[in-house]
Write a protein that binds this ligand. Structure first.
Ligand SMILES: Cc1ncc(COP(=O)(O)O)c(C=O)c1O
Length: 380
């Protein structure tokens, strides 16, 4: 765990904005997930943070990978490219899933030689896969309730439960093999009932598919959504794990392979952002600070991921509710309107913890300001 002193030293050494990734925390998160969900193989959802060093650490820890673009596939492939042919192909079969339900033709063509596992949720996708990636194995994504999740995904993806078996039949008729089912309860899903309802639904669809003579279906992918404790309102992971283990054992035979695609859970707590106060003003009686990172950069999760981050100071003193703005010329670039901060001087450092997921990954170069520099600590 990186100390406050280390953060300040790193900022002095490298400058700010600085995105600090603690690989010890990455390894701990992965181990916690595996330990608490012993039946579940963890496929790191690369989109949460696709930094090659993060992928490498998870690879070394034995993780599998959820990729959702050909570029993410290539990033994972970098780690296995020098393995002997059979070991490399086994890794692709057993430890990579292409989890985006909609793929362009070129991506399918590029994936096909690797005989990957790919997700689909509609007839047009079956037609494309048959034509451009006939060697792929298929996973059907089902739409499930995302109620109470911070990031809703079900309006964009997932076959409705009523069309599930027809799509399975259509894929088999097209000469493809459906190997299982997946779902996503929504990201930062604090409503654990979503998982319970989804698992019960999956058990019904599996049963119907097996009854119709499709024993090839043997993988259940329970997606992502595992919430991070950004605050104490979020119930501990232990509670969710206990619930999931009970339901998985109750509903599914031992032989069923169970996998998950955790993104946020594995990386959020490993990332800390350090920024510098570059301006200050009193506006309408309120203390306002301008820092050198904002919503077009590492704080992009405020917009895209609907998460708010606490801004902390390294100095002590009586606090007042302050506004914190990013460096660009846009007023949307507002990091917080209610940060409790002591009186800060120009040049002082501030930091935000638990900012490792969906943050640096969606950073832009808007207004000429580049993404924060990244430093990796505790890299084995
Ligand atoms: C298909 C899929 N799998 C996994 C994830 C990762 O979800 P989370 O970060 O909530 O674990 C996402 C996130 O959008 C996703 O779309």
């Amino acid at each position: 765990m990186v100390s406050r002193q280390q953060l300040q030293n790193l900022a002095r050494q490298h400058g700010t904005p600085l995105f600090v990734v603690d690989h010890e925390v990455l390894r701990e998160n992965y181990l916690e997930f595996r330990k608490k969900l012993p039946r579940v193989q963890a496929y790191y959802a690369v989109k949460a943070n696709s930094d090659p060093a993060i992928i490498r650490t998870f690879y070394d820890a034995g993780a599998s990978f959820d990729v959702a673009s050909i570029e993410e596939f290539r990033l994972v492939y970098e780690n296995i490219k020098s393995l002997p042919d059979k070991a490399r192909q086994d890794f692709i079969w057993n430890q990579i899933i292409y989890a985006h339900p909609v793929k362009d033709n070129q991506t399918l063509k590029e994936l096909d030689p690797y005989k990957p596992l790919v997700v689909f949720d509609n007839q047009a996708e079956i037609d494309k896969i048959k034509r451009y990636a006939p060697h792929a194995g298929l996973i059907l994504r089902i739409k499930v309730l995302n109620t109470g999740a911070v990031v809703e995904l079900s309006s964009k993806f997932g076959a409705s439960p009523s069309e599930a078996v027809d799509l399975i039949e259509a894929a088999f008729q097209a000469g493809l093999v459906v190997e299982g089912l997946s779902f996503h309860v929504g990201s930062q899903c604090t409503n654990f009932q979503n998982y319970v309802l989804a698992l019960n639904l999956m058990a019904e669809i599996f049963q119907e598919a097996w009854d119709r003579g499709h024993p090839q279906m043997k993988i259940l992918d329970i997606g992502g959504g595992f919430p991070v404790r950004y605050d104490n309102q979020v119930q501990p992971f232990d509670q969710l794990a206990e619930l999931l283990n009970t339901e998985l054992d109750r509903l599914f035979p031992r032989g069923l392979e169970i996998v998950a695609e955790p993104g946020r859970f594995l990386v959020a707590t490993a990332g800390t952002l350090v920024a510098t106060v570059i301006g200050k003003a009193i506006r309408d009686g309120k203390q306002c600070y301008y820092i050198d990172d904002g919503v077009y950069h590492t704080f992009s999760g405020i917009i895209f991921d609907h998460i708010s981050y606490e801004i902390k100071a390294f100095t002590e003193g009586p606090t007042q509710i302050s506004a914190v703005f990013g460096p660009t010329c846009d007023a949307l670039d507002t990091v917080s309107l209610a940060a409790a901060l002591p009186d800060l001087e120009l040049g002082d450092l501030v930091y935000s913890e638990n900012i490792g997921a969906y943050s640096h990954a969606s950073s832009t170069y808007f207004n000429g300001f580049p993404p924060a520099k990244v430093v990796h600590v505790n890299q084995s």
